[in-house]
Design a protein around this ligand. Structure first.
Ligand SMILES: [Zn+2]
Length: 312
């Protein structure tokens, strides 16, 4: 049957619930024996996630969550969905031990100032293993760079790639390991090389609409991403600036209004959790917050209201 969220570039068995930037996309395989969703969005959008998912599932119960990685915008709905459906949760192995002990310091949530209700996992998405989705085999592929534990899902027969935050139509996720002093630029470049070798006909990204090679969009996205990773790796401060901008814009979307003190507290939390960042910034968190507030206004991610910034 035709489901509500089918996409012209994709088989009917795959539905993409395209979300904003606070929540990742949710990719739904509703007709499977075990109805499955890939990634679950951010916690403050959990009600919307459930509503959209119920429409996509047309009354069937969700059986399984697969997480490409455990950032709060991809796993924030896990706890709610498992409570609601009693479904299983499969995660990449890299962060499994941190989930077992719910280590908020080493999971990304504390240093990003983001929320993610604790969840458990039932199985691991081991790289190079195969999962069945929508009647097709999908290979789990490692995707280091943005998050060294992240995986992508690749359907060779149909040329479909679920790329998570390794490749969007415009760019890719912040290279977070570099902020902790762990190499990540070369790893991201290698992940882009891997995608290039796969030659996907359609990419389903973690954020934004699916895009295809029929009009050259996959090649164009890869070329732009390759030049961007080169540009970032030439000056690590660029990645750190981008990270702060993204983190502050994300928090502002959640909070809608933030004072400069609140922005500075988030900058401080970033420094506390990311030792390599502090060395890159001579100014104090207050000064950086003021600079970043101007940046957010400049790129239209915020407007100014006296001592505060407001989501646009
Ligand atoms: Zn991410």
């Amino acid at each position: 049957m035709r489901h509500p969220f089918c996409h012209p570039l994709l088989p009917d068995a795959i539905q993409v619930l395209e979300r904003g930037w606070l929540s990742s996309n949710n990719i739904v395989f509703a007709a499977d024996e075990v109805p499955t969703v890939v990634d679950t969005g951010y916690v403050t959008h959990a009600d919307t996630t459930l509503t959209l998912l119920q429409q996509a599932l047309t009354g069937r119960p969700l059986g399984r969550i697969l997480n490409t990685h455990l950032h709060s915008d991809h796993a924030g709905g896990n706890a709610m969905l498992t409570a609601h459906f009693g479904c299983e949760t499969w995660i990449p192995p890299g962060d499994a031990a941190l989930v077992d002990t719910w280590d908020e310091d080493r999971l990304s949530y504390r240093r990003t100032g983001q929320q993610c209700p604790p969840f458990r996992h039932d199985a691991l998405l081991q790289p190079h293993s195969v999962v069945s989705l929508g009647g097709e085999d999908w290979t789990v592929l490692p995707a280091m760079g943005h998050d060294h534990a992240m995986v992508m899902l690749w359907c060779e027969r149909l040329g479909l790639l679920i790329s998570a935050d390794a490749l969007w139509q415009k760019g890719f996720g912040v290279i977070f390991p570099e902020l902790e002093g762990i190499p990540g630029f070369a790893e991201q470049a290698a992940t882009l090389d891997l995608i290039g070798q796969l030659q996907p006909s359609v990419v389903i990204p973690g954020h934004g609409a699916p895009f295809g090679e029929h009009d050259g969009a996959v090649s164009a996205a890869l070329a732009a991403a390759r030049s961007r990773i080169q540009w970032l790796s030439e000056e690590p401060r660029r990645n750190a600036d981008n990270a702060l901008k993204v983190l502050l814009a994300f928090k502002l979307l959640e909070a809608q209004r933030m004072t400069l003190d609140e922005l500075a507290a988030l900058v401080q939390a970033s420094f506390d959790g990311n030792p390599a960042m502090r060395d890159l910034y001579p100014a104090d968190p207050q000064g950086i917050a003021a600079f970043m507030a101007d940046e957010l206004v400049r790129v239209r991610a915020a407007t100014r209201d006296g001592e505060a910034v407001v989501a646009p």
